[in-house]
Design a protein around this ligand. Structure first.
Ligand code: GCV
Length: 683
């Protein structure tokens, strides 16, 4: 008997451990609820919505109602209402579209999982952006550029015959937060993706995703007509090239009638583009837009362009694209990274958002943590993305935020969109770090409603993922991005990363013959006088790309926000900060503060041990240890390196460095293929 009990106990324990491996994401829903759910129509999407509610909803009976009333049509086919009947015995989710009912069903389940009061619901929702799209930087060999959670989810060799159950699980997770589109392959695109062989595989994925209202897009290589089609050129004005694209697009739509369109990285970082043929970005984008237009497809044309020979990389996208404003077809959206350089821990918003007056622009944010400690560091990104979306460009006077420009409310231009570079891979928990799941979640929630606060998103995610409401935990998440800025690149410093992989600090990095704008010294410009990039009117004049009054505020060292000071100015070491510390002392204090915060995260987490399942608890604990160690590595590397120029002491009351500068300078992390290192610098 005793043995039987022991066996049962072990089985239960084993089950509990296996069940909490992070694979369920935030969707840890009950599965045997047997709710009463009615729907006035059947379809693959509605069947999903009904099934989700039936198995997980634990409240009164629910009716899913597809209706074409004026007020529902005003919410769009993805919008919905949720109402409780006057007697409280019935809930109705209503929408003019099937996708609206699916999103409404997940909304209800979210309210249940987050412990909201469900007695008298009266809600009305519609998304902020039309296209809420993930960009996978997945290669066809299943490596992922800047991916830190294993290999690609797409098992190309097995497709189309074999469909991994993870495809539907992925689509379901996206639907649960309102993500409705996905680019399957890397923007550094292989032309092969457009071969019939691959298109049939793409079709199999699109068919699996369709019930979850997730549309498929592809990143294309601009030279596909010559590389894949054997044409002598890929010139966008050549009639044969245009014919090739038209035929290719028709072929795609025959297989995938609801195909979304193309994402294009052109004339950027060595990739081909229209400029190779003396044509403009508008010529290239319009050729593709013309081919896609009859099918209602769109072109997402990236503005991530820069040349090594120009004076300031931060100015270049603006310089290339603003003269083309007004020349793009109406089914082209210019996809702009949140900042003018490249997903740094902190950048000002890209001035392009406020400059394009006749062309739809959309923000691209990075969910994967290329510059934020990969999936080793806990960094909740909603505050960073909101910082960009809430920034006022002053394009039409006060209130012209990036959010209002990109969501169409300032100009009414459609379609509107927002993109996030995905952080998923084939790791059991999808994202490597259990807390990195919160960024996939946050991207979806903000894309649905950019008015949501970071706090609300963190609260929701914690409740669903960890089954509790915990103030200390959400506070840790909310503080995490600023902590990382503090221990990596405070006060507007940027791009101090190690060569190539971008994991650790290398402010000294100097690779002979490499592009100057890939070197940290190009950005920090530390010398005996001070530190920082002079982008004011006495320097590169990047400040002039912003509207009044920002332009003037950024331009003056006294009025420039201190968290962007060294982005816009080369500042003397003894410059007085607002708190009266010298710049050097403030750098030392800020690096130390970030380091302390990273250590405190360990304490917050350890306090939660008894509330969290053991497997996920240990995994997070392990990564927080790496993060705390890396924070010290960052602090020591940057302060000891910059001290060679400042020739000033680290304030006596602060912790001393524990590493030798030489050891750190001689250390190379053995990272290949962008994998996530198990540890950082260990002398
Ligand atoms: C996909 C940065 C990254 C590259 C990435 C590029 C881009 O430079 O380091 O890996 O390439 O941005 O966004 O195109």
């Amino acid at each position: 008997m005793k043995q039987l009990l022991l066996l049962l106990y072990c089985l239960f324990f084993f089950h509990a451990v296996v069940a909490e491996d992070g694979s369920k994401l935030w969707l840890r829903l009950p599965t045997e609820a047997q709710a009463t759910v009615k729907c006035n129509k059947q379809s693959p999407t509605l069947d999903v919505a009904v099934k989700e509610l039936r198995q997980s909803w634990q409240g009164v009976s629910v009716t899913l109602s597809l209706q074409q009333t004026k007020s529902l049509r005003a919410l769009g086919s993805e919008g919905y209402t949720i109402h409780t009947s006057p007697d409280g015995q019935q809930l109705t989710i209503a929408s003019s579209g099937e996708s609206g009912l699916l999103y409404g069903a997940f909304h209800l389940l979210r309210l249940q999982a987050t412990g909201e009061n469900l007695t008298a619901l009266h809600l009305s929702e519609r998304p902020s952006f039309d296209i809420r799209i993930l960009n996978h930087w997945d290669n066809l060999d299943r490596t992922i550029e800047r991916g830190y959670a294993g290999r690609s989810l797409w098992l190309w060799d097995e497709l189309p015959a074999t469909l991994s159950p993870r495809y539907a699980a992925y689509a379901r997770a996206n639907a649960s937060v309102g993500i409705n589109a996905t680019v399957l392959n890397n923007v550094n695109a292989s032309p092969q993706i457009l071969s019939l062989d691959y298109l049939e595989k793409v079709k199999a994925l699109a068919d699996t995703f369709r019930p979850y209202c997730l549309k498929v897009y592809l990143a294309i290589n601009f030279s596909s007509p010559s590389i894949l089609g054997g044409l002598p050129t890929s010139d966008p004005l050549d009639p044969l090239v245009r014919k090739w694209w038209n035929q290719k697009v028709n072929e795609i739509y025959k297989l995938i009638p609801d195909f979304g369109g193309f994402l294009v990285k052109a004339n950027s970082e060595g990739l081909p583009g229209p400029q190779d043929f003396g044509r403009t970005h508008a010529d290239g984008a319009n050729m593709l837009a013309d081919a896609l237009k009859p099918h209602k497809g769109v072109v997402l044309w990236r503005a991530f362009v820069y040349n090594p020979d120009d004076e300031d990389r931060a100015k270049q996208a603006y310089q290339e694209f603003v003269p083309l404003d007004g020349q793009f077809r109406d089914n082209v959206i210019i996809q702009v990274k949140n900042g003018p350089v490249d997903f740094q821990p902190r950048e000002p918003f890209s001035p392009l958002f406020g400059a394009m007056k006749q062309t739809p622009v959309m923000a691209e944010v990075q969910i994967t943590q290329e510059y934020l400690g990969f999936s080793n560091h806990l960094c909740f990104l909603a505050p960073m993305w909101k910082e960009c979306l809430d920034s006022d460009t002053y394009q039409q006077g006060e209130g012209s935020t990036v959010a209002r420009i990109t969501d169409g409310s300032l100009y009414g231009r459609r379609p509107t969109a927002i993109a996030g570079v995905a952080n998923t891979g084939d790791d059991v928990n999808w994202c490597g770090h259990d807390f990195a799941q919160s960024n996939w979640y946050a991207f979806g929630r903000l894309a649905w409603s950019h008015q949501l606060s970071s706090e609300q998103i963190a609260d929701e995610w914690v409740a669903q993922t960890w089954g509790m409401k915990n103030k200390a935990l959400t506070e840790m998440m909310l503080a995490s991005r600023e902590a990382i800025v503090s221990y990596m690149m405070p006060l507007g410093l940027h791009h101090l990363f190690a060569w190539g992989h971008h994991y650790g600090p290398e402010p000294w990095c100097d690779v002979p013959g490499a592009r100057p704008d890939w070197m940290p010294s190009y950005y920090h410009k530390a010398d005996a006088l001070g530190i920082g990039f002079n982008r004011s009117s006495t320097g590169s004049n990047a400040t002039a790309q912003y509207h009044t009054p920002l332009c003037e505020a950024f331009d003056n060292v006294q009025t420039c926000p201190e968290n962007l000071l060294l982005w816009f100015h080369h500042v003397p070491w003894d410059h007085r900060m607002k708190n009266n510390r010298t710049l050097w002392d403030e750098l030392c204090y800020t690096y130390n503060k970030g380091t302390q915060q990273a250590r405190n995260f360990q304490k917050v987490w350890d306090n939660l041990e008894k509330f969290v399942d053991s497997q996920r608890f240990r995994e997070v604990q392990h990564r927080l240890k790496i993060q705390a160690r890396d924070a010290v590595w960052w602090r020591d590397a940057c302060l000891l390196y910059f001290q060679q120029f400042s020739k000033r002491m680290i304030p006596a009351e602060l912790e001393r460095p524990v590493h030798e500068l030489n050891d750190m300078m001689n250390y190379k992390l053995p990272i290949t293929n962008y994998e996530c290192p198990p540890y950082g610098f260990t002398p």
